[in-house]
Ligand binder design. Structure first.
Ligand code: BG6
Length: 369
C-alpha cells in the first residue's frame, strides 16, 4: 500500500497535488458556478449567517486558521477559530445565525464531536469538512463538505491539511457567491488560481532534495523556531507541530510581528529559525517587515532557513538556506509553503531513526475527550 515509499507519510506528502486536485473536482455546474451538493442547509439560512466559528483540533485547527484569512476577506463575515476542547467548555456566543464549521480528517475526534453537539444544542447550523466518509461527525452535522484526500494512514496529517484548506476555500467562495459579496468574475478568477495549485505543489515537491539535505544536517537540533505572518502564521504553527510530532524536537511557531515582543530573547548563536516570507508582490508592506525580521534574528546569531517565492532576491542577503516555492497569490501560498516544512520534519525524524508513521504517544484519531 505504500506504493514503493519507505513510509505512508512519504507517500502522503507526495499525494498532495492530487489531494488538492481531487478536492476541487466536480464542484461547479456547466456554467462554472459553485454547487456544493452535500450542503443540505437551505440557501436562505446561509444568507442570514452573521458569524462563522471554526472548531477543530491539531492540524485541522491550523487549516481553519488559514481559512479565516480567506473567508473574512471574501465574504465579510466574522470568522472565529477555536480549538474544539476550549469551545466546548466555555460559554461561547452561539445563535441560530452562527454557522459552525467543524474540520476533522477522521471525523471521529471526540473533542470535535462534543463541540459539534454543543453548538447544535444552542441552535447553530454545523457544516463539517471531513475526509473519512460515513464517520460520526458528518453524520451528526447539518451538512458535510468532504475533502477528497483519500485515506490518510500516517498519524501526522499532511494531505488532509492541504485538502482541508482547499475545501474551506470552496466554502468561502460558495458563501460569497450566494450572498453576493463578490462579482462572478472575481470568484471565477480565484477558482482558476485554485485549479493551478496542484501543478505548483508538484513543483515544490520536485525541489525537495535541498530541504532533505538541510534537514539531515540538523538531526541534532534541540530547538527550532518558526516565524510567519498573515497566512504564513498558521503555517509556522503547523511547521512547528510537525517537527514536535515527528522528530520530538522542541519547536514553536510565532507570528513574525511578535518577535520583538518576546521571542527574540530566545535567539542565540546557532539557533535555527525557519521563516516563511510573504510574496513581494503582495499589496501591503508585509514582505519588507518579514525581511527585517530575518535580518534581526540573523544579526543575533540565528541560523536562518527561509521559505520564499521564486524571484524574491531580497531574502538572499540574510538567509543561510532558501527553499524556493513558485509564485502564487497570497491566499494560495499556504498550500505551497507548508510542503517544505512537512518534508523537513519527516526527513529530520528519519535521520534520527524514528518511525515517522507512528510517532510515540500519538494516535491517528483520538476518540476520547
Ligand atoms: C491528532 C492527530 O490526534 O488529531 C493530528 O495526531 C490531527 O494529526 C488531530 O490533526 C485532529 O484529528 P482529526 O481527525 O479530527 O483531523
Amino acid at each position: 500500500e505504500k506504493g514503493g515509499y519507505s513510509s505512508f507519510m512519504a507517500k502522503e506528502i507526495d499525494d498532495q497535488p492530487q489531494a488538492v486536485g481531487d478536492t476541487l473536482l466536480g464542484r461547479t455546474n456547466e456554467k462554472g458556478d459553485l454547487i456544493l451538493d452535500d450542503l443540505r442547509i437551505d440557501e436562505a439560512t446561509l444568507r442570514t449567517i452573521d458569524k462563522i466559528i471554526v472548531i477543530a483540533c491539531g492540524t485541522a485547527a491550523y487549516a481553519g486558521h488559514v481559512a479565516k484569512y480567506a473567508i473574512e476577506h471574501w465574504c465579510r463575515i466574522p470568522v472565529e477559530v477555536e480549538l474544539a476542547h476550549e469551545f466546548r467548555y466555555r460559554d461561547p456566543i452561539v445563535t441560530s445565525k452562527t454557522l459552525v464549521v467543524a474540520i476533522s480528517q477522521s471525523g471521529e475526534t471526540m473533542d470535535t464531536l462534543m463541540a459539534v453537539r454543543h453548538a447544535q444544542e444552542q441552535g447553530a447550523k454545523v457544516i463539517s469538512i471531513v475526509n473519512t466518509h460515513g464517520s460520526t461527525i458528518p453524520r451528526e452535522s447539518d451538512a458535510v463538505l468532504y475533502t477528497h484526500a483519500g485515506p490518510e494512514i500516517a498519524v501526522a496529517s499532511t494531505k488532509a491539511f492541504v485538502s482541508q484548506i482547499t475545501a474551506t476555500y470552496l466554502l468561502g467562495l460558495y458563501l460569497a457567491q450566494l450572498r453576493g459579496n463578490m462579482f462572478r468574475d472575481e470568484i471565477q478568477a480565484i477558482l482558476t488560481e485554485l485549479r493551478a495549485m496542484p501543478a505548483k505543489l508538484k513543483e515544490v515537491l520536485d525541489r525537495s532534495e535541498h530541504v532533505r539535505e538541510v534537514a539531515r544536517s540538523m538531526a541534532d537540533a534541540t530547538s527550532v523556531l518558526f516565524l510567519g505572518r498573515h497566512v504564513g502564521y498558521p503555517i509556522a504553527l503547523e511547521g512547528a507541530l510537525k517537527l514536535k510530532e515527528l522528530a520530538y524536537i522542541h519547536a514553536e511557531g510565532f507570528a513574525a510581528g511578535e518577535l520583538k515582543h518576546g521571542p527574540i530573547a530566545l535567539i542565540e548563536e546557532g539557533q535555527p529559525v525557519i521563516i516563511i516570507v510573504p510574496s513581494p508582490r503582495g499589496r501591503d508592506s508585509l514582505h519588507a517587515k518579514v525581511i527585517s525580521n530575518i535580518q534581526e534574528v540573523r544579526a543575533r546569531g540565528a541560523h536562518t532557513l527561509v521559505i520564499a517565492e521564486d524571484g524574491d532576491t531580497d531574502v538572499e542577503a540574510f538567509a543561510d538556506e532558501v527553499f524556493w516555492v513558485p509564485q502564487a497569490p497570497t491566499l494560495m501560498s499556504p498550500l505551497l509553503t507548508v510542503l517544505p516544512l512537512q518534508v523537513f520534519a519527516a526527513e529530520l525524524a528519519g535521520a534520527k531513526g524514528l518511525d515517522i508513521d507512528q510517532p510515540r504517544n500519538l494516535a491517528k484519531s483520538v476518540t476520547v475527550e
